[in-house]
Design a protein around this ligand. Structure first.
Ligand code: C5P
Length: 225
């Protein structure tokens, strides 16, 4: 028999990138493919969960028969994830959410005028969906985030991730070192699990399916299954 440790449980997963509109035809986007998120959705479903996926822009193909709530911007993703997470046992932010969006969206296409200097795009900060989910979560809900970091002069990638784990307060932060591997759009992943104090509580490596199974196993532990 197949173990279905998440039977009767609801799991909400955000994935893909956000698109922040500039004018009717343009947006600021990112390279998130949605592959890790779809692997999480497939694994959660295999473990018996009722899965809701909130999908931004994606390159990967969704697993067969998986319904998607499609969103564009971070503001739309926030609304959809708050709704999907309200009665979820596990909420996972696997999406690449833009930190900033254009202050105003032009009603008309931004035009190029000869001899006139290029426009300046003013940005404003987006809401932090993960932090909000943590804030709103009940004692029996598990909230999981992802952090792709690179090292720089002020610290290693792992040090940055530990600081982010403490700042965001998620039950689990799944860290990957993006300088160490080509993560975006690739089939493989290597991650470290951090708790809300920034401490290492696990690790996983292999295909995105392997990583997804490990993340959901950690979610089951946190649920007390
Ligand atoms: O972009 P950053 O490294 O801060 O992302 C860390 C985690 O926070 C990810 O799980 C991401 O989905 C989430 N996030 C969010 N809202 C934002 C930015 C990031 O929920 N505005």
């Amino acid at each position: 028999t197949v173990a279905r440790p998440l039977a009767g449980r609801k799991v909400a997963i955000s994935l893909g990138g956000t698109r922040e509109p500039l004018d009717p035809v343009r947006f600021l986007g990112n390279r998130s493919s949605g592959r890790q998120g779809f692997a999480l959705a497939a694994a959660a479903r295999r473990m018996g969960a009722d899965v809701t996926v909130v999908a931004g822009s994606i390159e990967a193909h969704p697993p067969r028969g998986l319904p998607l709530v499609r969103v564009g911007s971070a503001v739309e993703m926030r609304e959809a994830m708050l709704a999907a997470s309200a009665d979820a046992d596990v909420a996972i932010m696997a999406a690449a959410v833009a930190d900033f969006r254009p202050v105003s969206v032009g009603a008309h296409k931004i035009k190029k005028t000869d001899g006139v200097s290029a426009p300046t795009i003013e940005l404003v900060q987006n809401p932090d969906i993960l932090a909000e989910l943590v804030e709103l979560s009940g004692p029996s809900q598990v909230v999981i985030g992802f952090a792709a970091e690179t090292g720089d002069a002020s610290g290693s990638a792992l040090e940055h991730a530990r600081a982010k784990a403490r700042r965001k307060g998620a039950d689990l932060l799944v860290f990957n070192d993006v300088a160490a591997a080509e993560v975006f759009g690739s089939g493989d992943n290597s991650v470290v699990f951090l708790d809300r104090d920034g401490g290492t509580v696990g690790a996983a490596a292999g295909s995105k399916a392997d990583v997804a199974a490990a993340v959901l196993a950690a979610a089951c532990d946190l649920l007390g299954e």
